[in-house]
Design a protein around this ligand. Structure first.
Ligand code: HEC
Length: 137
């Protein structure tokens, strides 16, 4: 009888402490900050950095390439550049085909510096830029 009571007391204490720790966890969960701050160098910051790389390596559209790099010369025909949306100034250049035209841009030609001054452009982006200009004609 004596041991039975002791056992009951031990069991009750155990159950009580268990539920107390459960309750504590629940409270901690409830008062946890909604958005936690990510500091550079921490594990979570690595994920952010990785996603930034992905977003900057995304391909720019022909319009973006043209506006940022090519428009300086091609919008006004600077140094004899064939003008945007002005078929006459292009002569028979469009007949040369997109590959050849893009190759010319990569290498540069007379007044046009190599890469059309878009030094970080990929081949695809240069092609898109040329295509955007051809589409305007
Ligand atoms: C500094 C001025 C300048 C910039 C910047 C420039 N171009 Fe040009 N571009 C020219 C000139 C000048 C010509 C004409 C060259 C010639 O035929 O003598 C030309 C010619 C071209 C041609 C015709 C090529 C051929 O085979 O006849 C294309 C296509 C072209 N540019 C596309 C682009 C693209 C795309 C960009 C941007 C990524 C760009 N250019 C940036 C000046 C520029």
């Amino acid at each position: 009888m004596k041991y039975q009571r002791l056992f009951l007391i031990v069991l009750t204490t155990f159950v009580l402490s268990l539920s107390a720790s459960e309750a504590k966890k629940a409270i901690e969960k409830r008062i946890a900050p909604v958005g936690s701050v990510c500091i550079e160098g921490e594990e979570c910051a690595k994920a952010v950095a990785a996603s930034e790389v992905v977003s900057t390596s995304e391909m720019r559209s022909g319009e973006e390439v043209y506006t940022n790099a090519c428009a300086t010369c091609h919008s006004i025909g600077l140094a004899g550049a064939p003008k945007f949306a002005d078929l006459a100034s292009w002569g028979d250049r469009p007949d040369e085909g997109i590959e050849h035209l893009t190759e010319t841009v990569k290498n540069g030609l007379n007044g046009m510096p190599p890469m059309g001054m878009c030094m970080d452009c990929t081949d695809e982006e240069l092609t898109a830029g040329v295509q955007y200009m051809l589409d305007s004609l």
